[in-house]
Ligand binder design. Structure first.
Ligand code: CP
Length: 330
C-alpha cells in the first residue's frame, strides 16, 4: 500500500519540504540540479531573478539560527520575494499566542510560504496539515529544522557540497561523526546519502550518542556503527562532523568535553586516517576544541564555508520549485 506523503501533490510534485525521508532519488537530484545555475546568480552584478516576484515569504524561527535564517532570507530576496522575518521574542507568541493562531494570522496577511524552525519535532508538519485542513494548500511550508527530527535543506546543501567535490555518490565512503542521537542534521543526511546511493555510511560516536539500534535507523540503508573513531575514519572520502547538541540532552551523556575531544574530536592525526583527498564538513555552529580542532576546521580539507554559500543556491532551488507547484497533499 502506498503511504501518503503530505509533501507531494497528486502529481508527485513537491508542495512542501518537510523531510528528506520519503523523497525519491529523482526529486533529490532535481533539487540539486536546479540549485546549480543559482550559484552563478551570485557572480552577477544584479543578483536577482524574478521567480518569486510578488510572493511573501515569512521566516518563523522559534529557535536560534545564524546560517539557516540568513541564507533563507538571502535566497528569497534573490528570487525577488518580499521577506518578513518574524521576531518571535517580540511577537505575540511571547504573550502565549499558539503556533496555529500565529500561522492563521500571518496567512491572513496573504503569506505564500512559511519557513519554520521549531524546537518541537513535527511543528512544520502540523502547520502543513492545518493549512490543508483549512483549504489553504497554496501556502507552502519549508522545514528549517524541527527538534531532533529533520533539517532537510541542511541535508540537501550537504549533498550539493558532496556532489560538487566528489561527483559520484555511488563510489563514496562517508563517515558521520558525533552526536547522532540528538541531531536532526544527521537524520536528514542519512536519508539523503542512502537515497542517493552511497554504498557505505559509517556512524561514528560513543555508545551514549550512538546507540546500537542506530544501524537500523533507516530501513535498507548501508549503515555501519563504529564506536572506534580510527575504524570509522579509515579510508573515508567524506567526514561529516556534528556538534554536541547539549540543549537536547537530558542529563550528562559524556564524562567531559575534554574526554570527548580526546576520543572523537577531529584532529589532523585522526583525519590522516581518511583518504588524503577527503573533505571535512560541519553544518555549524562549530564547537572548536570539542568536536573539531581549529587546525582541521580552518585547514585545506575543510569545505565548511562553501557549505554555507551553497546553502543559498539550494534554498533558492527549493523555494522556486515549491512556488511552481500547487495542489493538495497526498
Ligand atoms: N546549520 C544550521 O542549522 O545552522 P544555524 O543553526 O546557524 O541555522
Amino acid at each position: 500500500m502506498k503511504t501518503a506523503n503530505p509533501q507531494l501533490n497528486e502529481h508527485g510534485e513537491l508542495i512542501h519540504l518537510l523531510s528528506i525521508e520519503g523523497l525519491s532519488r529523482d526529486i533529490l537530484h532535481a533539487i540539486l540540479d536546479r540549485a546549480a545555475p543559482f550559484t552563478a546568480v551570485a557572480e552577477r552584478e544584479v543578483k536577482k531573478v524574478p521567480l518569486l516576484r510578488g510572493k511573501s515569504v515569512f521566516n518563523l524561527f522559534f529557535e536560534n539560527s545564524t546560517r539557516t535564517r540568513t541564507t533563507f532570507e538571502i535566497a528569497a530576496k534573490r528570487l525577488s520575494a518580499d521577506v518578513i522575518n518574524l521576531n518571535i521574542n517580540t511577537s505575540s507568541a511571547a504573550k502565549g499566542e499558539s503556533l496555529l493562531d500565529t500561522v492563521d494570522n500571518l496567512a491572513a496577511m496573504q503569506a505564500d510560504m512559511f519557513v519554520v524552525r521549531h524546537a518541537a519535532s513535527g511543528a512544520p508538519y502540523l502547520i502543513a496539515q492545518h493549512l490543508a485542513a483549512t483549504g489553504r494548500n497554496h501556502i507552502h511550508v519549508v522545514n528549517a529544522g524541527d527538534g531532533r527530527h529533520s533539517h532537510p535543506t541542511q541535508g540537501l546543501l550537504d549533498m550539493y557540497t558532496i556532489r560538487h567535490y566528489k561527483r559520484d555518490f555511488t563510489q563514496l565512503t562517508v563517515a558521520v561523526v558525533g552526536d547522532i542521537l540528538h541531531s536532526r542534521v544527521a537524520r536528514s543526511q542519512l536519508h539523503a546519502l542512502s537515497t542517493l546511493g552511497v554504498p557505505e555510511i559509517r556512524l561514528v560516536g560513543p555508545q551514549t550518542l550512538l546507540p546500537t539500534y542506530a544501524a537500523q535507523m533507516i530501513e535498507n540503508a548501508p549503515l555501519r556503527v563504529c564506536h572506534d573513531i580510527s575504524e570509522g575514519l579509515r579510508g573515508a572520502d567524506v567526514v561529516m562532523t556534528l556538534r554536541l547538541q547539549n540543549e537536547r540532552m537530558n542529563g550528562a551523556l559524556l564524562p567531559s568535553t575534554q574526554e570527548y575531544f580526546k576520543s572523537y574530536g577531529l584532529t589532523p592525526e585522526k583525519l590522516a586516517l581518511a583518504k588524503p583527498d577527503a573533505i571535512v564538513m560541519h553544518p555549524g555552529p562549530m564547537n572548536r576544541g570539542v568536536e573539531i580542532d581549529s587546525s582541521v576546521a580552518d585547514g585545506c580539507q575543510a569545505v565548511i564555508l562553501p557549505q554555507v554559500t551553497f546553502g543559498i543556491a539550494v534554498r533558492m532551488a527549493v523555494m522556486s520549485m515549491l512556488a511552481g507547484t500547487s495542489g493538495a497533499g497526498q
